[in-house]
Design a binder for this molecule. Structure first.
Ligand code: DQA
Length: 146
């Protein structure tokens, strides 16, 4: 089983940006943590990050035929990118949305996700562990649909 993790804008600045919200773990440490946990779960993972909407859409398109599942943290695009919503729908690959922070407990504009309706579900507020929860959720979904 091969899963693609896509991280959106500003996530490369984890450990630097708003530490009280996103924690002190750096982006590189987050990636290493995810890869180590995925190994224990016997899942192959590729992690990509972009600050551009078009590049995120290209990552989604290029996942066709290569990945059985996608985990995406679209960053602030979550709240307004209909193009990412459409790309998730277009590729027909089970996708889970992840947020480090609880987007429902912050500013009002963050409580609306336009991308989550295109996904199987959303995990929000569990910090870096949310990515592991998403991996387990996709594995369960894929095993059930076999
Ligand atoms: C985020 C939440 C978004 O509202 C914000 O714009 C981010 C990070 C999260 O992981 O909590 O960049 O997606």
């Amino acid at each position: 089983m091969k899963l693609l993790i896509i991280n959106g804008p500003n996530l490369n600045l984890l450990g630097v940006r708003e530490k009280s919200v996103y924690g002190t773990m750096s982006y590189i440490d987050l990636c290493e943590y995810i890869l180590a946990e995925a190994k224990k779960l016997n899942v192959e993972i590729e992690i990509v990050q972009s600050n551009s909407e078009g590049e995120i859409i290209n990552f989604l398109h290029n996942a066709i035929g290569k990945f059985q599942g996608v985990i995406i943290n679209p960053g602030a695009y979550t709240h307004y990118s209909y193009a990412i919503h459409d790309a998730i729908k277009a590729i027909s690959i089970k996708t889970v949305e992840v947020h480090l922070s609880n987007i429902h407990a912050r500013e009002e504009f963050r409580s609306k996700s336009v991308t989550a309706p295109a996904c199987v579900g959303q995990i929000s507020g569990f910090g870096h562990y949310g990515y592991i929860m998403a991996i387990m959720a996709i594995m369960a979904q894929l095993n059930n649909s076999e």
